[in-house]
Write a protein that binds this ligand. Structure first.
Ligand SMILES: C[S@@+](CC[C@H](N)C(=O)[O-])C[C@H]1O[C@@H](n2cnc3c(N)ncnc32)[C@H](O)[C@@H]1O
Length: 297
């Protein structure tokens, strides 16, 4: 709803900025359907758009286990008692986190359970990293290990006052991992608060177990978190939907737009990566929209 409102406001502001700058939107593009704010929009089913070579149903054998992952993280995790994780997450973690290991980070994990992943992150990340776990279950306090910079705080991931107190105490985070309740409303509530207010300007937000979005017990709202993540792909491109010509972004061009009015999130998302059951957002403060340049010759 809020995003829809933002979109509406943004659209009317762009129109007024274009009026003041003498720019006209190309007529043919007027009235283009905007994705957010029109969530009832029906998309064609994939089997209408994709070839049968891609959509025909084939047998996927479940009679043998996929090989265990290789790599340092799986090897470390397999020696920590009490954990439960899908094997295919480990190569994803390594892809996303490998480049972040050489410096001390502030890491927040939502969902402590038996403390296994806190131990895993302690072993994997820089030894001076501060690792904070939050959980609704007070029993998780026993996994705090302050001597090794591992802290646990008790509260709900859906409670922004609690989340703010965690940010106030530890500062903004470099990495946030949501492995909490996986209820759609909780995942979204945490994202809504933490992505703008709990993450540093350049940081990673990883949501795992997103397969639960397809299971009715966890989908406690009309739109799942995956639905929202797909819409965020559109929001990452919002500046193109209201200014539909390349010259509006061209360096030195007389027709370049003086300003664009976009939802704030458009200026904050640098990358969205969808994996099986994991979505990763790279936050990066983008002070200006993208520029293109036509080189002579
Ligand atoms: C999947 S387990 C976490 C597993 C842990 N990350 C690991 O890999 O070892 C989920 C945890 O989320 C916690 N949880 C459930 N609802 C929550 C909420 N509203 N806020 C915070 N944590 C919650 C549960 O108590 C449980 O410990």
């Amino acid at each position: 709803m809020l995003l829809a409102l933002l979109k509406q406001i943004g659209r009317s502001m762009v129109t007024s900025s274009q009026k003041t700058s003498g720019l006209q939107k190309p007529d043919a593009q007027q009235g283009t359907a905007h994705i957010l704010g029109e969530t009832e929009q029906q998309f064609e089913k994939p089997d209408k758009l994709l070839s049968s070579a891609l959509t025909e149903h084939i047998e996927w054998c479940t009679q043998y286990d996929a090989p265990s992952p290789s790599g340092e993280l799986y090897s470390a995790w397999s020696r920590i008692p009490g954990g439960h994780k899908w094997h295919h997450y480990f190569p994803v973690y390594e892809k996303v986190f490998a480049s972040l290991r050489d410096k001390p980070l502030r890491i927040l994990e939502i969902g402590v359970y038996r403390g296994s992943s806190l131990k895993l992150w302690r072993q994997y990340f820089h030894p001076k990293s501060c690792i904070v776990g939050i959980d609704i279950d007070p029993d998780c306090m026993r996994f705090e290990d302050a001597a090794n910079h591992v802290f646990v705080r008790i509260g709900s991931q859906a409670d922004s006052t609690f989340l703010q107190s965690v940010v106030d105490e530890f500062g903004k985070f470099d990495v946030i991992i949501d492995d909490g309740s996986h209820l759609s409303t909780h995942t979204l509530a945490s994202f809504n608060f933490l992505f703008p207010s709990g993450l540093k300007d350049e940081a990673v937000y990883l949501v795992e177990d997103t397969h639960t979005n397809y299971w009715s017990a966890w989908k406690d709202s009309k739109s799942s978190f995956i639905d929202v993540a797909k819409q965020l792909v559109d929001l990452m491109h919002d500046h193109y939907t209201d200014s539909e010509r390349v010259i509006y972004f061209t360096k030195g061009h007389a027709g370049r737009l003086p300003a664009l009015f976009v939802p704030r999130i458009t200026t904050l998302i640098d990358e969205i990566r969808f994996f099986d059951s994991i979505v990763v957002f790279h936050k990066k403060l983008k002070p200006a929209p993208p520029t293109n340049e036509h080189l002579s010759g």
